[in-house]
Design a protein around this ligand. Structure first.
Ligand code: ADP
Ligand code: MG
Length: 287
């Protein structure tokens, strides 16, 4: 392959805010046949708004918010800051926390000053502490965060995390360019995952996946080569499991995801389709 053409392809991509690690990535992106997308922060904007608080029987909304925000102060998940912000806005005092443990992609657990243990996160994480739960009824685009204190379910916080405006167009362009298989792999629950996948015309959905499950699913995706598009914060292992991995790192991103082959440094997911197009043109010229 002609190195000059590859350097040209990498700089064309860079002008579109796609930082490609090396020329070999262009060769893979030019031939991608299967694509897996993460949901939260990738197909969705990852800047969710709190749209509801649903306390368990006998609890007040402010109490659920206080517990959740006290724990979320110690989390880096995209849902953490919006919950803390709402508590601060509403003048809800946070509880003193003596220790905190973030269980990546599951939730966060803290010990409060009074000795009680608070969990916030996905339903299965709360069920480990309190037993079986009913899943909240959600409108399209909504997702829920579950809260428990000691071994009692405390309530649900509902967030709305809109789909990125260019997501549907991106999936359609990939298909038009010859991608045969498009799947979603997400840690979120099936109902939320399916409603978003439906909007985008993605029919294969893997919900409530752990990071290891994401790696296994993407590792066995066919036909190859495969591309994983993730959010760059907690998708490092799965980005490495595909033949190429692109991280949606966002505007002003400096710390590029180590395991990604390319990083999008804007909020426009259609840059992934652009990068594939640039790659095809570059490879066509270089051969
Ligand atoms: P995706 O795989 O689509 O990027 P994530 O695994 O980041 O999704 O999040 C999926 C689910 O994880 C959320 O719907 C939420 O229930 C839960 N979750 C994980 N960590 C937290 C946290 N710190 N606060 C709230 N929810 C969390
Ligand atoms: Mg994500």
């Amino acid at each position: 392959a002609a190195p000059v053409a590859f350097m040209g392809g990498m700089s064309s991509a860079a002008r579109l805010n796609v930082i490609i690690k090396d020329g070999g990535v262009l060769e893979v992106l030019a031939r991608v046949r299967s694509v897996a997308f993460d949901k939260t922060g990738t197909l969705t904007q990852g800047r969710p708004a709190v749209v509801g608080i649903r306390p368990a029987a006998g609890r007040a909304p402010d109490e659920v918010l206080r517990l959740a925000a006290s724990a979320e102060q110690h989390s880096v998940h995209v849902f953490a800051q919006p919950i803390v912000d709402v508590a601060l806005r509403d003048g809800v005092d946070l509880c003193p926390v003596t220790s905190a443990e973030e269980v990546a992609t599951h939730g966060v657990e803290v010990l409060l000053g009074d000795g009680s243990r608070v969990r916030v996160g996905k339903p299965s994480f709360i069920e480990d502490a309190v037993g079986a739960l009913h899943r909240a009824d959600l409108a399209p685009g909504e997702t829920a965060v579950y809260v428990s204190t000691d071994d009692t379910f405390a309530g649900v916080i509902v967030l709305s995390d809109p789909v990125r405006p260019q997501a549907a167009e991106t999936v359609a362009r990939m298909r038009a360019a010859g991608v045969e298989q498009v799947v979603m792999v997400t840690g979120d629950v099936a109902s939320t995952a399916r409603s978003i996948a439906g909007e985008l015309g993605v029919t294969e959905v893997h919900a409530e996946t752990t990071p290891q499950m994401k790696v296994d699913i993407v590792g066995s995706l066919a036909p190859r080569p495969t591309l994983m598009v993730g959010d760059g914060i907690n998708d490092a292992p799965v980005l490495a499991a595909a033949d190429a991995g692109i991280a949606m790192a966002g505007r002003g991103a400096t710390a590029a995801s180590e395991s990604a082959s390319a990083v999008v440094t804007s909020d426009d997911i259609s840059r992934v389709a652009d990068a594939m197009e640039v790659s095809r043109r570059t490879v066509a010229v270089a051969l």
